[in-house]
Write a new protein. Structure first.
Length: 427
């Protein structure tokens, strides 16, 4: 079959929606996660052994960067509504590379904090921009595209982490520098590949049913004045706690509260990655419309209950019970992570008006950014509080899913935004 013939096939007939540009952007994201896996694994050790920072200084640097990075998501979304999306993406990739390379030229602490904070802005913006690109290039198959994208991300993270582990085994300053430069170069490669991507069509303007309607409003929709969308974003921030439970609380809980061998902690992270690679794409078919995505909140609540109860149970009994309960918790919370990703992605795009899609998705990006700052602190508190803290958290999460389901049902537009005309026009 010729390339011309292949390019005219509907998105739904391809294994990967979005055509050549969609596949190219998947490659960009894969390179992104490989490079980020190289650097993020070694960042704290770099600041310790290469720049000579103390624990308190590293904690402050990471905290300031995380706080500044929160602004990256809404800023990126706003820029994507005003400028070509591909150009904004390229700009963020170049800025990320420049910020990393700047770390090589100074050991001055205030400058390190400033550079790290400056790099956090485009870093967080990129996440929103790639999701926005997926929404526009994949059209009605955006949920499947994002699922493929997430699978590719997990593979990239794993490969990057393995590369970092090999370099850290050497442990020299040169090895640390190579990890940093490798990540910076990955952004330059990403920018070159993104430059070859066509600008995806912006969403079509929503058609108003009444013919007697006056002319459209001059100002685009404002997510900061949309109380329903802000409430949805706040609820999503609660659900994103599954990230901190898996990455922060679970290893600490294994060590401080159970009789399980310490070596099980990294193995549970492997289980998480393998399950995401195997099941994220197949599960995406259950959230292809906004209403279907809303219905996923019910099994999400059940998985949260199972996961938190299993964590509590792991503290009672010997090693066998602890290991069994921890595996159940890791599996349940991983499936909760995958289901929430599908529901969150589809509903957030569906609630975003066509005239301000970027701004709305940027504000929605605050959910994950805020959780990254608050979640680890909350998790350390829960671990210290003991087993009963987990059922309490599960109760909060179930209440949040119930409230979120009702909120989304009230605010979903009719007809649903999960139709081709609202997202992009297909070629």
């Amino acid at each position: 079959m010729s390339r011309a013939t292949r390019s005219t096939r509907p998105a739904g007939k391809d294994r990967v929606p979005g055509g050549p540009d969609g596949r190219r952007m998947l490659l960009v994201n894969f390179i992104d996660k490989c490079g980020t896996g190289l650097w993020s694994t070694a960042m704290a050790l770099y600041f310790t052994y290469v720049t000579g920072l103390g624990l308190g200084q590293i904690g402050l640097l990471v905290g300031v960067s995380g706080a500044v990075g929160i602004a990256g998501a809404p800023l990126g979304g706003r820029l994507a509504d005003r400028f070509p999306l591909v150009r904004v993406l390229i700009a963020t990739q170049l800025l990320r590379s420049a910020a990393l390379l700047a770390l090589l030229v100074t050991d001055d602490y205030p400058l390190l904090v400033l550079v790290s904070a400056a790099g956090a802005l485009p870093d967080r913006a990129t996440n929103v921009l790639t999701k926005l690109y997926a929404a526009r290039v994949a059209g009605p198959e955006r949920v499947r595209y994002q699922a493929v994208n997430r699978t590719v991300s997990n593979i990239g993270w794993t490969l990057g982490g393995l590369g970092a582990a090999a370099a850290l085994a050497v442990g020299t300053t040169t090895a640390f520098h190579l990890l940093l430069v490798g990540d910076a170069l990955s952004y330059l490669v990403m920018a070159a590949l993104t430059l070859r991507c066509a600008e995806p069509p912006a969403p079509a303007t929503r058609v108003v049913a009444s013919s007697a309607d006056p002319a459209p409003a001059a100002k685009p929709s404002n997510p900061w004045r949309d109380r329903g969308f802000l409430a949805f974003t706040a609820g999503d921030a609660v659900f994103f706690l599954h990230d901190s439970i898996l990455q922060v609380a679970l290893p600490l809980w294994v060590v401080h509260a159970t009789d399980a061998p310490v070596g099980i902690a990294p193995l549970l992270m492997v289980v998480n990655s393998v399950l995401v690679v195997l099941f994220q794409v197949p599960l995406s078919r259950f959230g292809t419309t906004a209403e279907a995505a809303r219905r996923l909140l019910r099994p999400l609540a059940a998985l949260f209950v199972l996961g938190t109860l299993a964590l509590a149970a792991s503290a009672f009994g010997g090693p066998t019970l602890a290991v069994t309960a921890l595996v159940i918790a890791a599996v349940a919370l991983t499936f909760a992570e995958m289901i929430h990703t599908i529901a969150s992605w589809e509903i957030s795009v569906s609630l975003a008006p066509d005239d301000a899609q970027g701004a709305y998705l940027g504000v929605h990006g605050l959910a994950q950014s805020t959780q990254r700052c608050v979640g680890p602190l909350l998790m350390t508190g829960l671990v210290a509080a003991g087993p009963l803290a987990w059922p309490a958290l599960g109760t909060v999460l179930v209440a949040a899913t119930t409230a979120q389901s009702r909120l989304v049902r009230r605010h979903l537009p009719t007809p649903s935004l999960s139709v081709p005309k609202v997202t992009v026009s297909e070629h």
